[in-house]
Design a protein around this ligand. Structure first.
Ligand code: NAD
Length: 474
């Protein structure tokens, strides 16, 4: 057998999503010779190319349209928007292109060698890459970091049809459908529903659980639901999709459960957003002796090391929430551990954000979690109906909630629903990491008038010193 080409390096990183590129760049910055293996033509993985970033470009457009419409009632009447899908698609692609080009540039500056192709372990020291350009190459490494991510879960009973898409397909903006079905009321489903509804589609959402956005506190989700119920035709809870036929006039879908309509409903576009599954079973892990669990996750220790010494796993393929910011932190830990540093993943909280309208964000412990675990806690809420800034923006439906340890008054969690909640949650995240108590947060002077004030005021509510609400009952 002819010997294939070989590249040797200190660290091989498999996958270039936010976790993978961050790990590779950190490793290179620590002086390690690094090879980054990526099957796609651009760096950045799902998040930059077909996930977080293009969806945010479209959600921004959705926000513009919805805000403009809402201000008709307040004396500013814009004409109905005319959507040029080609231009909008080009804008979204340009946003993605700016970031992925930037990443390639930064890889070059750091002398990270990018190998384009599909990689799989050949041994505990080698990854074989089927090159996109043809042929194979073997990357021999001292250490490896697996950052091969996850893929969308499919529903096998759905027919193959271009009108049935996953989030990647929906972000391509194939059409503005008249009627769209979103299967799965999680974050992806509701973010894409927000985009398409603003573009003019009539939308049904079907969710098999008894609530939307599992994981978020119900009081936060209720505010979202109140504002959005009239925007969507049907939100079918405790309901499943049981079959579908692709016909000329649409995809005819049948449902079963509490919210199921009688008979089939026809849709021009169906988005399947029923979760993501890790890629652990597709990387030849067994040839390196790496343990992969039944679901495809790779178990790791606090240094992000797998059962094989010197091989690390991070991001969606390691346990925990499938979030880019969690992957990046893990990537840094793995790179530092690979360089011999005593780094560990010891985050006290990982924030979550649904970039819906309104946004929902939470960090640390949720109230529902604390109740389920029977952990004693104190709670304070600042309603945005008392926020000058929220009222001025005509968006005072939200609230900011902080959760405290009742003994020490240290913050242990918090949730926000309202516009820009995703930006506001960082203060709560920092408070939890720093072990701040309610007085630290309340006595920190927040700028007025801002939405961020609501965090300081919620802390004041907890200490009974807030003067922006009626006096607390004695
Ligand atoms: P998810 O698991 O968050 O939600 C999927 C939903 O689909 C669940 O509520 C589930 O009960 C429901 N479901 C499953 N099968 C169903 C069926 N047959 N019929 C009806 N409902 C069904 O998954 P997602 O929204 O696809 O997101 C995938 C991952 O990506 C998640 O981990 C998510 O956190 C992450 N993500 C995060 C962001 C963000 O942070 N803003 C954005 C997008 C995705």
């Amino acid at each position: 057998m002819p010997e294939t080409n070989t590249v040797s390096c200190d660290v091989a990183v498999l996958g270039s999503g936010p976790g993978g590129y961050s790990a590779a760049f950190r490793a290179a910055d620590l002086g390690l010779k690094t090879v980054l293996i990526e099957r796609e033509a651009t760096l950045g993985g799902v998040c930059l190319n077909v996930g977080c970033i293009p969806s945010k470009a479209l959600l921004h457009v959705a926000q513009l349209i919805t805000e403009a419409e809402a201000f008709r009632a307040h004396g500013v009447d814009f004409a109905k928007p005319r959507i040029d899908l080609d231009l909008l698609r080009a804008h979204k692609n340009k946003v993605v292109g700016k970031l992925t080009t930037g990443l390639s540039g930064m890889a070059k500056m750091r002398k990270v060698q990018v190998v384009q192709g599909v990689g799989a372990f050949r041994s505990p020291q080698e990854i074989e890459v089927a090159l996109a350009a043809g042929g194979t190459i073997v990357v021999r490494f001292e250490k490896a970091i697996i950052a091969a991510g996850s893929e969308a879960v499919t529903l096998p009973f759905l027919p193959k049809d271009p009108r049935i898409v996953d989030s990647t397909g929906a972000l391509e903006l194939p059409v503005i459908p008249k009627r769209m079905l979103v299967i799965g009321g999680g974050i992806i489903g509701l973010e894409m529903a927000t985009v398409y509804s603003a573009l003019g589609s009539r939308i049904d959402v079907v969710e098999m659980l008894d609530g939307l956005m599992a994981g978020a506190d119900r009081d936060l989700v209720r505010i979202w639901q109140k504002r959005n119920t009239s925007r969507f035709d049907r939100i079918m809870l405790k309901t499943k999709t049981v079959g579908a036929n692709a016909k000329r006039d649409g995809i005819h879908v049948r449902f079963e459960g509490a919210g199921a309509p009688e008979g089939a409903e026809a849709y021009d576009l169906v988005l399947v957003a029923v979760g993501r599954t890790p890629n652990g079973k597709h990387i030849g892990a067994e040839r390196a002796g790496i343990t992969v669990d039944a679901r495809g996750f790779i178990p790791v220790d606090r240094r992000m090391q797998t059962n094989v010494s010197g091989i690390f796993a991070i991001g969606d393929i390691a346990e925990g929430p499938m979030l880019a910011h969690k992957a990046v932190h893990e990537g840094h830990v793995a790179a530092e551990a690979a360089a011999g540093k005593p780094s560990q993943f010891d985050a006290k909280q990982i924030p979550s954000v649904a970039y819906t309208d309104p946004e929902i964000a939470w960090a640390g412990k949720t109230e529902d979690e604390l109740k389920a675990e029977a952990v004693p806690f104190g709670k304070a809420v600042f309603p945005w109906a008392a926020s000058g800034r929220a009222i001025a923006m005509a968006r005072d439906e939200g609230f900011t909630k902080l959760l405290f340890d009742p003994e020490s008054h240290r913050i242990i969690g918090g949730g926000i629903v309202g516009v820009h909640a995703g930006d506001l949650i960082s203060e709560i995240a920092l408070g939890i990491e720093m072990g701040s108590d309610a007085t630290d947060i309340g006595k920190t002077i927040h700028p007025h008038p801002t939405l961020s004030e609501s965090v300081g005021m919620a802390a004041e509510v907890f200490e009974g010193v807030c003067t922006d609400l009626p006096p607390a009952k004695k």
